[in-house]
Design a binder for this molecule. Structure first.
Ligand SMILES: Cc1ncc(COP(=O)(O)O)c(C=O)c1O
Length: 463
């Protein structure tokens, strides 16, 4: 796949800012795009000349940046062929020594599987499976068992839901992509939280919609601004329950007063991850027209790849028509197992929530000790801290962090136009010792950055 110079320029955002030579800043930013998966492996980059023009910089700067990436294994070049994105075969030397030096991945916010509970659910699902054998197995709405189980899950939370208002998808991301393809046309405007879940940005960009960001500040959502943006948007996409990345939860009063003029997709993927308060009511209690999407990826396990859309049967019919072009349904065994897990009420397990709470507290404590300048609000739920540095160093820090044995998601991933350069998202889904170690390494990277290190010349060993 060829990535055009304009797309690369847009992804790079404000790469010119910051200390050090321009070519190093450029190679750091490009390296971060590779590590973040935004420049896919195997894709080809624009020529030096095209990228230099798109970035209004010199060809020498782009050439030097590309050479650095080739040297460090992030680009492959062949005669007369364009530079192709790759990953280094071996970790850099500073990461190879020591037994405790494997990179700690803080870029993913997803908990591990509850092993015994999953084993039991799959064993029970296999016993139920034969009753599906006489049918063809293509259930484009999902199996009756799971649609009923999801409908009961809403019902238990106070929102009556007939099973024909549920369509099962392969995760909430799939649900969002199907809705985007069904409801949006190129150049339509989509109201989004800012910051927001990064793959939502890619989803809307892929259908060539324009983004209309409304700030989610530390004080939360501004309903007046949401109403104003809702008047010009074709669609709104909000994450009111333990918002990714901030962990904020929209207060009931705001939910009650919100009446957007455009169709509104409410992402409730995080709703069961209530740590210091009760789970919020389903949003559609307050906004009956809301199109809700949900998932068991965060509350049970991402590997199940089960999510859903709750909407009117007529909208679900349209979504189904869209779905024909991409996939023909969700695997039956996973659906049966998830129905069992939902019927057993396994989405809010006290032990798991307690573990997340203590991991969150350990992470906050480690940040207080090792990165005392970082401002770290305490979220009441979700899986992540959204921390703020005094300086705009997020992308540069994310670029050099792997050399110190830790990967993080830089703030600009969660916004558009290069915003959130002072923020990083830190998940608390890993065991406590790994979280403490990761923050120690991040602090080393931050100190090196202050001394002027860049990703291409990272000096320090991993402790
Ligand atoms: C807000 C939000 N929505 C959707 C998703 C995707 O969920 P799934 O794994 O069910 O596709 C995520 C995953 O991180 C998320 O944070």
């Amino acid at each position: 796949m060829k990535v055009t110079s304009h797309v690369v320029a847009r992804m790079l955002g404000t790469w010119q800012e910051g200390p050090g030579p321009a070519h190093q800043r450029l190679s750091d930013r490009l390296r971060l795009l590779v590590l973040d998966g935004r420049l896919p492996l195997g894709s080809t980059l624009p020529s030096e000349r095209d990228l230099a023009t798109a970035l209004s910089t010199s060809r020498t700067t782009v050439g030097a940046a590309y050479r650095t990436l080739v040297e460090h294994g992030y680009l492959a070049t062949r005669a007369r062929a364009k530079a192709t994105v790759r990953l280094p075969d071996d970790p850099p030397p500073e990461r190879r020594s020591g037994t405790n030096s494997a990179t700690i991945d803080l870029s993913f916010a997803a908990p591990p599987a509850p092993v015994e509970i999953l084993h039991a659910a799959f064993a029970a699902a296999l016993e139920q499976l034969p009753r599906h054998f006489e049918r063809h197995g293509y259930d484009r709405n999902g199996t009756a068992e799971l649609r009923e189980a999801v409908a009961h899950w809403y019902q238990r939370r106070g929102l009556p839901t007939p099973p024909d208002h549920i369509l099962i998808t392969n995760g909430a991301q799939h649900a969002l992509a199907l809705l985007a393809r069904t409801l949006l046309s190129p150049r339509d405007q989509v109201l989004i939280d800012h910051p927001t879940y990064p793959h939502a940005i890619s989803t809307f960009t892929e259908v060539r919609a324009r983004l209309l960001p409304v700030a989610v500040a530390s004080s939360g959502w501004d309903t007046a601004q949401l109403h104003a943006a809702g008047r010009i948007a074709t669609l709104a996409y909000l994450i009111p329950d333990f918002h990714n990345p901030t962990g904020l939860c929209m207060p009931t009063s705001a939910r009650q007063s919100l009446k957007l003029a455009c169709p509104t997709v409410i992402d409730e993927t995080m709703t069961d991850l209530a740590l210091d308060r009760a789970s919020p009511d389903p949003f559609a209690i307050h906004m009956p027209t809301a199109i809700s999407i949900g998932s068991v990826s965060k509350s049970i396990w991402g590997g199940l790849r089960i999510g859903w859309i709750r909407a009117t049967p007529s909208l679900l019919e349209r979504v189904q028509q869209t779905r024909h072009a991409t996939d023909l349904g969700t695997p039956v065994v996973e659906q049966l197992a998830t129905a069992i897990l939902l019927d057993e009420d396994q989405t809010q397990r006290p032990g798991t929530l307690e573990q997340l709470r203590s991991q969150r507290d350990v992470l906050r404590q480690a940040l207080t000790e090792d990165l005392p300048d970082l401002h770290v609000p305490q979220p009441a739920g979700g899986l992540t801290l959204w921390a703020t540095f005094p300086q705009p160093i997020s992308s540069r820090l994310a670029a050099i962090a792997p050399d110190y044995g830790v990967t993080i998601a830089a703030g600009p991933r969660f916004g558009i136009g290069g915003a959130f350069e002072r923020n990083i998202r830190l998940p608390y889904t890993l065991p406590q010792d790994q979280l403490t170690q990761a923050i120690r390494r991040l602090a080393q990277a931050e100190q090196a950055l202050t001394r002027g290190a860049t990703g291409a010349h990272s000096p320090a060993p991993v402790a």
